[in-house]
Design a protein around this ligand. Structure first.
Ligand code: PTJ
Length: 260
């Protein structure tokens, strides 16, 4: 029996997963989603979303490809240029990268807003508590006193001084309808999605085809580098302008289909 066959089927703690396992990141990700479901943070459908994402990540080679790194740098520049940036958090995002989202918000001076497809008061509370436990102090999305136009009731709920008023929104692992509705509101949208054919990255100004567990720390690192370099507004704008969303999506699709 190889070492890897001894990975326990029931993992109580992430620490039990051997770090030298060839699918280590995938096992950790799966474990966090399971824990998220058990804690009432992640919706059961989040497991399906995770499974789909994991298959695309496998085909991408489970690494940040060059076009994704370019997108992550453009996203950092876009967030630094924004007047009212908001980072949207759903049940999968909260389970996978709670601390990393708090760190990105601090780096680019953005608000965090809980925004759920399957919205219930219990999940909103559980996610807000989880984010607080990971260092968040102010969390939007609890009031939900505004609506995204042309979307059905629950999943349209946002804060009037949050996503509704934002100029730039980061929407990871987003449902296509909502991504389209936000784009129709004129938001500059940054989407993280491992499926380049999904509607959400297709409507995004900056589509990031990468696993969120790699993408968020890399956007933060780029933001810190750009801040340290003291770039002017014009220089940040030219990073955004040079990024070609269509080419980035094509590059990701080529990697998935042809392995190049
Ligand atoms: O928490 P809620 O109620 O807001 O619901 C969240 C989910 C994710 C269940 C909901 O938004 C949903 O059903 O989303 P979809 O339509 O399944 O889309 C999720 C997308 O995220 C899919 O295209 C997946 O490939 C992608 N994805 C899944 N895991 C990751 C990912 N992309 C990046 N990193 C991942 N780890």
């Amino acid at each position: 029996m190889s070492d890897y066959e001894t990975v326990p089927a029931e993992v109580d703690d992430e620490e039990e997963i051997p770090t030298d396992h060839p699918r280590y990141t995938d096992l950790v990700t799966r474990h966090r989603i399971e824990r998220g479901v058990e804690a009432g943070i992640t919706h059961l459908q989040g497991m399906h979303a995770e499974g789909r994402g994991s298959a695309f990540d496998y085909l991408l080679g489970e690494e940040t490809i060059e076009s994704a790194d370019d997108a992550e740098r453009a996203a950092a520049a876009q967030l630094l240029l924004a007047e009212r940036p908001v980072l949207s958090i759903n049940g999968n995002v909260a389970a996978l990268v709670p601390r990393e989202m708090v760190e990105l918000a601090a780096a680019v001076d953005a608000d965090l807003e809980v925004n759920l497809f399957n919205r219930t008061p219990a999940r909103i509370e559980a996610i807000a508590d989880h984010l607080r436990a990971h260092g968040a102090t102010e969390i939007k999305g609890l009031e939900a006193d505004a609506r995204i136009p042309a979307l059905e009731h629950q999943r349209a709920k946002v804060d009037a001084d949050g996503i509704y008023a934002a100029d730039v929104v980061l929407v990871p692992l987003e449902d296509g309808d909502r991504a389209e509705a936000l784009a129709a509101m004129g938001k500059t949208e940054i989407v993280i999605d491992l499926n380049p054919l999904s509607r959400s990255p297709q409507v995004a100004d900056v589509p990031i085809v990468d696993n969120i567990v790699r993408a968020i720390p890399n956007v933060t690192a780029h933001a810190e580098d750009l801040l340290e370099a003291g770039l002017t507004t014009a220089e940040l704008e030219s990073i955004v302008a040079e990024f070609d969303a269509e080419r980035a999506l094509e590059a990701a699709e080529r990697r998935i289909r042809e392995g190049v």
